[in-house]
Design a protein around this ligand. Sequence first.
Ligand code: OGA
Ligand code: NI
Length: 386
Amino acid sequence: MAIVGLTDAGDNHLPHHVKSRAIDDEAAAADYCLKGVRHLSDAGITRLPGRYVLPASDRPGASVCISSPGSARVKLPVVDLARLRVPTERAAVLSTIYTACRDYGFFQVVNHGVDSEAIAGMLDVAARFFELPFPERARHMSPDVRAPVRYGTSFNQANDAVLCWRDFLKLSCVPTVEDVVPSWPDSPADLREVAAAYAEASRRVFVEVVEAALEALGIGDGEDGVMEELATAGSQMMTVNCYPACPQPELTLGMPPHSDYGFFTLVLQDDVEGLQVMHDGEWFTVDPVPGSFVVNVGDHFEIYSNGRYKSVLHRVRVNSTRPRISVASFHSVGTERVVGPAAELVDEERGGEARRYMDTDFATFLAYLASAEGKHKNFLQSRRLA
Ligand code: OGA
Ligand code: NI
């Protein structure tokens, strides 16, 4: 129950006005957390409210100081798009993509052709959005997961027993960016223009990378027209994440372990580390490479590749000194389309392998998120065939 959490850890660390509200009015106290972590951090709290404290087994570990050598780092495979475009080098890059998707579910993309001003501009306008006064940000709060713009906090607010140290702005890009941009926030004044240009650039990189990843699977265009759909009628959602400095980062997470739902996610992170990926049963911190995109396989691609590519668990750690901004762009097929293993891989008449996943669609995913099981953040597991 919300209020227990807030007052539990409560001792004397909440600012007086928060604490007295928590005690006087339970609804108002719960509401205070739901205003998000930027709001809490701006209020100058020095200890973490109980609603954010994870059970000991789920905590990220003791050393979260960002300069600490304590946590293991991973150098993800690097995919150079300039080389991908050179005919004599394409095969080698396809092989890198294939092994990265199989062994890590993650890679970094460099030489992607998106200019550095568009990237810096996106991170900058994102930071300025979260600096707006709370009522300005709150105009975009919505319980409707299909709203074209949605400001909120935590991971899956309706289900999270423990809240996450993250605020977010979700910008839908369907049916097209052009169609929805008028409903995106008009403050900061340049947000629409900068975020729309960034969304288009991210989509172009996605199309190039997914085309290569399909080619690496030996599928090419796909008999089912999947590449055509991804390129022309796919779905895209952008999430701008804000992880303020956190008073007790060892007790909480910016995002819990989860996998992403689509084909690929492109993540732009600023120079503050925080993203961790699960590899060989351990968490590794992804080194931010300035100007690159972190790309990860989502559930739909694991299903479509019949398990050759892995949608890997990842999470976000926070730290006590430096706020962090990231922009994740989720790309998949159209929301009405059913995704199952590619016929080329599982067709028995052609000696294909056994089908490892059920068909799924976006509606099933949303229903799952809204359900109790959604708490476990593992949609893919529910789609696996024995
Ligand atoms: C996500 C995600 C990572 C990050 O938005 O799904 O995993 O670094 N983000 O913010
Ligand atoms: Ni993610």
